[in-house]
Design a protein around this ligand. Structure first.
Ligand SMILES: C[S@@+](CC[C@H](N)C(=O)[O-])C[C@H]1O[C@@H](n2cnc3c(N)ncnc32)[C@H](O)[C@@H]1O
Length: 350
């Protein structure tokens, strides 16, 4: 039995709203009603009887047996409750990604024997998911240069190919053949928002094209050169440019940036370097092809206490090229390891 406010139906919505605002509505129970005139609202917390009686004249307090709202049958946390502890659920729910109709889970080895049951819980919670896969090893474990990792398919169709949507753009990919992470979507939006009319832009490690696509879709009057070394990723990029009708703004180039850039012989107003594991190896090259007053978005994994060193290193590399680098801003653009983040350095090159 719980204490309830029996209130006339004409005041029902106001009373519900008022109780909710005060934190006095018991949201875990169903709301009742009498056949004719009254709503029965379950009450929780330290409510003030006098305030309620004054605000809703004609209402009464009664004890009623209102049922608890059954947990939603497709609620992920509820489905996982039978399999995992609260802490394990928290860990799992914080770390999964959905790419197209594929859910990618990070399951620690100690939960190996529960992996398939966990996968089924995901499939029930998200009926549109066609494949549930699990990350195996680190990025680069399947192919270092192309940044591919291994996956184990736990349930669903035996494929890693899917159509992902990001802000209305279609991105076709195969996670077994090309790198893609939905976690950089905010960063892509941020960079696209900084682009100015008429800029010549270079995306150095373009993958299936997400940076180029987002920038082109938001800035019609730009020219983007997008270079990618992995032939599979390159094919997906070409297809994605076609699918989104952005061919007028993006020039995809297959090859190694070290070889492609000298051949193109072009300089750029904005250069994006989304390859945090290796970007230091390419900074000198990027600066060579940076116009005066251009911006480089330089991504790198750096320990929190080594940020100053990283900034100094960027400035020194620029000096070696006879240029001046001014650090405009440094932002966290993803987590990596304890006290180490994926940072983006926005650098003005003079
Ligand atoms: C971390 S991924 C980033 C892909 C994409 N920009 C994204 O955000 O999804 C790095 C990409 O750089 C490509 N890559 C590695 N070395 C390269 C090089 N020397 N020249 C051009 N692309 C390269 C890899 O194949 C991979 O697709």
């Amino acid at each position: 039995m719980v204490v309830c406010l029996k209130v006339k139906k004409i005041h029902g919505e106001d009373a519900k709203q008022f109780l909710r605002e005060k934190g006095w509505l018991d949201t875990e129970r169903l709301i009742g009603k009498t056949e004719k005139m009254y709503l029965i609202l379950p009450i929780a917390g330290r409510f003030d009887k006098h305030i309620l009686l004054k605000k809703f004249p004609g209402s009464k307090f009664e004890e009623k047996n209102l049922q608890k709202i059954p947990p939603h049958q497709t609620d992920l946390k509820h489905l996982l409750k039978n399999i995992l502890t609260e802490e394990q659920i928290g860990e799992l729910v914080r770390s999964y990604d959905v790419i197209g109709d594929i859910a990618i889970l990070e399951i620690p080895p100690r939960l190996d024997r529960l992996a398939v049951s966990i996968a089924w819980a995901f499939k029930r919670a998200f009926p549109y998911i066609g494949v549930v896969a699990r990350k195996m090893g680190k990025v680069g474990s399947a192919d270092e240069e192309y940044r591919l990792r291994k996956y184990e398919i736990l349930t669903g169709e035996r494929r890693l190919e899917t159509m992902h949507k990001e802000g209305g753009l279609m991105m076709h990919t195969d996670l077994g053949k090309a790198y893609f992470s939905p976690r950089s979507s905010r960063e892509r939006e941020r960079v696209a928002g900084l682009v100015k009319n008429g800029e010549q832009i270079l995306v150095m490690f373009a993958g299936i094209g997400p940076f180029a696509l987002v920038i082109a879709s938001k800035n019609q009057n730009t020219q983007i050169t997008a270079i990618e070394i992995n032939p599979d990723a390159f094919k997906f990029m070409e297809e994605n440019i076609r699918l989104n009708r952005l061919g007028f703004a993006i020039n995809p180039v297959l090859g190694d940036v070290n070889e492609v850039l000298p051949k193109l012989g072009q300089k750029f107003d904005r250069i994006i370097m989304p390859f945090p594991e290796k970007s230091w190896d390419f900074l000198e090259l990027a600066i060579k092809y940076a116009n005066k007053n251009s911006t480089i978005h330089f991504y790198a994994f750096v320990r929190e206490d080594k940020l100053n060193d990283a900034e100094e290193k960027i400035k020194k590399i620029a000096e070696k090229e006879g240029r001046h680098a001014k650090i405009l801003r440094v932002l966290k653009a993803g987590s990596y390891a304890p006290k180490t983040w994926r940072y983006v350095f926005d650098v003005k090159i003079k």
